[in-house]
Design a protein around this ligand. Structure first.
Ligand SMILES: [Zn+2]
Length: 473
């Protein structure tokens, strides 16, 4: 019987966002709960699904913690998660392997890379137990992570739709070690570039070709995994940048050679990265969208994208729609999804549909925006939405409808619109706090623009301050 310890922490930490990510922001579960709650953590679910029916394996599920990207993680919370992770190994047989579902760009206040710290602690306590892990495509691979782990494999899709498959891939590599007693060889080459996520969608060149390259490499005899880990551009983190990484079946020379080739391939195409949608300053993007005659036209408020760790409360867009562009938005059906503002949500919730004047947003992002005063009324309220249980209200501000959330969540699918009974196909313009559109939105978008707004996820990386020097693509 092989004993497989499985667990994972998953957070993308944006160092430009002043919010400290705390316990209420995380979905946390442990032990047997993974069998019911793993659905909220697809990478972990992929690992569990691989091993759970095997008669020769027994899983030891540890701690799983996943949050929407946000500011750095609270130090005490991380310490508590880590202690629970190791406490659950007490009274258990010695694990034969650790198979983890990690992000790779989780940062802890005052401590830096969470993955370096966690993997280091496992290595210290279990010096001879192999460690295999899946990673998000935006993992920031550190020297320590490479030293402590035996094998990594990253997502191959952006938008990320292969988290479960990546968990399965990590599990397959772990299985090679367990059943064949094999030793995997991992090699990585780092490149000092940062790319905005919106320039590296995997159905657009040059990323599409690079992913094809990875699949070619993986089809070669003796290769277990090939990945490009792109780093996370909205973190002023040490060792940020691109990593070309290859894992082979005990062939270090082949791993070195192929990682070098992948790095060279990246160098060859690096000048080809660009936005896949028309990108304009926010005022111009909105003006174009409001003058289009197809619908719904999507505008991504890309400088404040909570799915890349922004505050979610930048008010640039609603400022424009209620001010300078009000004459255009009044004659159109406009939906803004949305603003994270718990205080405004609470006032709305208590308003009972009366006309109220409300100060919205600009609480956390006070660098690039300020609170905006809106007068209108609540037309719909949902007490708990999605896995993070956020409250939602739909606020009719006259020239547009605004979704206000009680929790820091992403605006990623039509399920939120459906929960609020929004006739979204009939909207002329839908503004989302997002970068590239999710598959859900792509399917219904008649057209889309990227608004290059300022904020913690500024797509124009040269407008952000980094302490190390990177080439910004
Ligand atoms: Zn990512």
């Amino acid at each position: 019987m092989k004993h497989i310890a499985v667990g994972g922490f998953f957070h993308e930490s944006n160092t430009f966002n002043p919010i400290v990510t705390g316990v209420d922001d995380f979905i946390i579960f442990e032990g047997q709960e993974v069998y019911t709650k793993g659905v909220h953590y697809q990478q972990a679910q992929g690992i569990v699904d691989y091993f759970r029916k095997r008669k020769d394996c027994r899983l030891i599920p540890l701690v799983f913690a996943r949050a929407v990207p946000n500011g750095e993680v609270d130090g005490d919370l991380y310490q508590w998660l880590k202690e629970r992770f190791f406490a659950l190994l007490e009274d258990q047989p010695q694990p034969d392997i650790f198979v983890l579902a990690l992000h790779g760009s989780m940062r802890v206040q005052g401590r830096g890379s969470a993955e370096s710290d966690l993997l280091g602690e496992i290595r210290r306590r279990y010096p001879r137990t192999p460690i295999v892990s899946g990673l998000d495509m935006h993992a920031t691979v550190t020297t320590q992570m490479l030293e402590y782990a035996d094998a990594f494999v990253g997502y191959k899709t952006a938008p990320h739709i292969d988290a479960w498959e990546t968990g399965q891939h990590a599990a397959r590599m772990a299985d090679m070690i367990l059943t064949k007693g094999g030793q995997l060889s991992m090699a990585a080459v780092k490149l000092p570039y940062l790319i905005a996520g919106e320039k590296s969608e995997t159905d657009t060149e040059p990323m599409r070709g690079l992913i094809d390259e990875l699949r070619d490499v993986e089809s070669r005899e003796g290769v277990c995994a090939a990945s490009y880990l792109l780093g996370f551009p909205w973190a002023d983190a040490e060792e940020n940048g691109i990593t070309a990484l290859v894992v082979t079946d005990n062939d270090p020379e082949l791993a070195d050679e192929l990682a070098g080739q992948l790095a060279e391939r990246f160098e060859e195409v690096k000048d080809g990265f660009g936005f896949s949608s028309p990108a304009h300053p926010p005022e111009q993007a909105l003006r174009l969208a409001l003058q289009d005659d197809c619908k719904p036209v999507f505008v991504s408020d890309s400088g404040d994208n909570p799915t890349a760790g922004s505050t979610g409360d930048n008010t640039t867009i609603i400022q424009l729609l209620s001010g300078e562009l009000k004459h255009l938005s009044e004659s159109k059906k406009v939906l803004v999804a949305g603003i994270y503002d718990d205080a405004a949500y609470q006032i709305c919730q208590a308003s009972g549909g009366d006309v109220i004047t409300l100060s919205v947003g600009g609480r956390y992002d006070d660098k690039y925006s300020q609170p905006v005063e809106l007068t209108g009324r609540v037309t719909k309220h949902v007490a708990s939405f999605g896995p993070f249980g956020s409250g939602l209200v739909l606020f009719d501000a006259g020239s547009f409808d605004l979704i206000i959330t009680s929790r820091h969540i992403g605006f990623t699918g039509v399920d939120m619109f459906e929960a609020l009974d929004i006739d979204y196909l009939n909207k002329d313009v839908i503004v989302v706090k997002l970068g590239y559109l999710t598959p859900d939105f792509k399917e219904i978008a008649a057209k889309s623009y990227l608004a290059l707004s300022r904020g913690c996820t500024d797509e124009v990386l040269t407008r952000l301050e980094y302490s190390a020097s990177y080439e910004l693509l």
